[in-house]
Design a protein around this ligand. Sequence first.
Ligand code: ATP
Length: 503
Amino acid sequence: QDDQFKKVVSHAKEYGYVFQSSEIYDGLSAVYDYAQNGVELKKNIRDYWWKAMVQMHENIVGLDAAIFMHPTTWKASGHIDAFNDPLIDNKDSKKRYRADVLIEDYVGKLDAKIEKEVTKAQKRFGDAFDKEQFLATNPRVLGYKEKGEAILKRMGQSLENEDLADVKALIEELEIVCPLSGSKNWTDVKQFNLMFGTKLGASADTAMDLYLRPETAQGIFVNFLNVQKTGRMKIPFGIAQTGKAFRNEIVARQFIFRMREFEQMEMQFFVRPGTQKEWYEEWKQTRLKWHLSLGMGAENYRFHDHEKLAHYADAAADIEFKFPFGFKELEGIHSRTDFDLSSHEKYSGKKLQYFDPEINERYVPYVVETSIGLDRMFLAVFSNSLQEEALENGTTRTVLKLPAVLAPTKAAVLPLVKKDGLPEIARQIVDELKWDFNVDYDEKDAVGRRYRRQDAAGTPFCITVDHDTLKDQSVTIRYRDTMEQQRVKISELKEIIKKEVDV
Ligand code: ATP
């Protein structure tokens, strides 16, 4: 697993997808830059989302709100008071942890113990072993399970009640039962706000404290009535937005999975109060279908329904994806009630209500949100696509099997040799295709090496111009995934590629 993930990170760099930010100064932790191919892949994912959400839905429109917002926004949204991570330091190792993540790691040790019991029993009972029954009845397993659940419940309650002393006590107790850090020397748990602050204005006494937005959603809420009125939108309707968000993440690890500056793609769907549960279910399914449409394997997705809910939600689920380091949240679907709009009404003194002509009533709409991290989606697509294949001739090839619709470059045009007029024809093909697709021209090295280079970069098609082309106006098209080759007319190329990359 670790190895596979290391390969993902180094391939992303080697093929011009993702670089560490300010690398010449040794980088900036949890901040990344998208390189020549990465920027295209990112754009294609964004467009794929936008098309599915905005273009295909008559009742969803777009928005591009500013990153800076009036500071009261964040008071109203609850971010100033409640957008915190509980942190604890280990005095011996000088390491800082998120207390909730640390406690989950302890519970993970109990899960590992359960796995051990299963393996032991499997060996003892052989074919007669019934795993499900064993998990449901074995007293030792049940004991571990119960303990794990009790720990998580106690943590949830303590965090909810802001009883940080108990969170610390819990960590100390756990360290004795199932040691993780080997040390008992902890500081108190402190809440740490994740928002980045900055200042607007030049002089110290008149400057206004601002925040970099930690989510794009609030830009949609404060514009709700403007969009509804000017777009003459009727409920139910949605507003979609993509853009940067910033969080001062402490446990920043796992490459572009958890960044300090990242991009979100969010859609807020405004509905009549009382109908939110139906819409919530509907959007869960719609979003899962969107993921599945990319063909990255249904077995790599699962829902995780939340029991512990954020202050604004009455239902919440994650779509989890199987990353190289296990199943993790990729997208959230949240039923946010009327929390945000009502709160902005209260703080701004402006009505944010909708008159519903169908029932002759005025109300603050309820909201169902879909929220996905663009960078996290990038990592899902990229890590899933990177494969090493053993070939019949005994060699292996590295191939980036990106869904064709998302690939940065759709086709590479390769003259077989650098003479006899072949480069000129290849250039002509590039000139024709570039109106519709990103295409590459490559004449360096033997054609086999060029194929491998394009495979590793994720290009779905290679088009080779050879001496027969001079006679028959045909070329060879090679498919990245199957390595199959076909002879086709130059005039057919556009349609063939279009069929594969259009959705
Ligand atoms: P997590 O539990 O992983 O911290 P979250 O529950 O705080 O995430 P949300 O606030 O629901 O996440 O944000 C919606 C989406 O934004 C997430 O599903 C994820 O894809 C993305 N996201 C959130 N934080 C980050 C981050 N630091 N870096 C990259 N993407 C992020």
